[in-house]
Design a protein. Structure first.
Length: 292
């Protein structure tokens, strides 16, 4: 159980992003596309768990000073550093083998993700700004994996929304961590947290929110214009989808402002308004893509 907990299965929910491109392209109902996307999801789950194990093994001393992270299996002494690193190595090999079996470009994407997370563990997490960008880039690579696994193209608007949406999430995570620890203790646990002022994180949140909202609106209108040539009904659903999407983003920004963004995966599962807005968006956008 300690090993499973250290692999952080709850964090696997982030890897659902690999489905974003196939779903947005309307191709997820193709069995080959679905098979390769599921394979990419599994490969990223293994790769992510390997990086979590390596990161926790390297951060064991710092985690023991953290009020929450000290309960992680490695920091708590329930799982040895050696065992964690051995399992991580096995997961890394398995994830690369599966990715290469599906598509060489997917394997390259997984290698890029592993290189990024390794650089983050060793250096980037200690560098202000670069630590936020690196974590956000990890989310974007998950979305790219859905494209490289299936050979589907990524639109420029999708890339912009995914990139700044990830930046918003990571900024909220830093704000939440500072709120939980307090300014002085945050700096003691991680130097980069001490480098960020509250006003600067608010600025990043505002910029990210604005770009995500504008980017999605332009994406929705571009999708509507493309659909207009074959189905005028679909255009309406793409445009209407802006409303629930905007509500979800603004709600998430509010929750971050309340200091609740430290664990995004728990936040999404706990907030009913966010869930309803997300479901409404999925239904409306999905109808425009698949049924209209």
């Amino acid at each position: 159980m300690a090993l499973l907990a250290a692999m952080r299965p709850l964090q696997w929910s982030k890897n659902v992003l690999v489905f974003a491109v196939p779903v947005a392209a309307g191709e997820i109902t193709d069995l080959v596309v679905l098979r390769d996307t599921v394979g990419a999801f599994v490969a990223f789950c293994m790769a992510a768990s390997a990086t979590y194990l390596l990161n926790d093994a390297g951060d064991v001393d710092a985690d023991r000073r953290h009020p929450v992270k000290r309960n992680r299996p490695i920091a708590a002494g329930e799982l040895s550093v050696g065992t964690a690193r051995l399992v991580a190595a096995v997961l890394l090999v398995a994830s690369l083998a599966l990715a290469a079996l599906i598509e060489v470009d997917l394997a390259v994407t997984v290698v890029s993700y592993l290189a990024l997370t390794t650089a983050y563990t060793l250096w980037l997490k200690h560098q202000p700004i670069l630590d936020i960008v690196a974590v956000a880039a990890g989310f974007v690579l998950r979305a790219i994996a859905g494209a490289t696994a299936t050979g589907l193209p990524i639109s420029e608007w999708f890339f912009i929304v995914a990139s700044f949406g990830a930046l918003l999430m990571v900024t909220g995570k830093r704000e939440g961590e500072r709120a939980e620890l307090g300014e002085a203790e945050a700096a003691a646990v991680r130097a980069t947290l001490g480098a960020y002022s509250t006003s600067y994180l608010i600025f990043l949140r505002g910029v990210s929110t604005a770009v995500v909202l504008v980017g999605y609106a332009l994406w929705a209108f571009a999708s509507a214009a493309q659909a207009a040539s074959s189905d005028t009904v679909a255009t309406v659903f793409f445009e209407i989808s802006i409303v629930p999407f905007s509500i979800a983003i603004l709600r998430y920004a509010l929750l971050i402002d309340q200091g609740r963004g430290a664990e995004p995966e728990h936040l999404v599962l706990a907030d009913r308004t966010l869930q309803v807005a997300g479901l409404a968006w999925a239904i409306i956008y999905g109808y425009g893509v698949y049924l209209a």
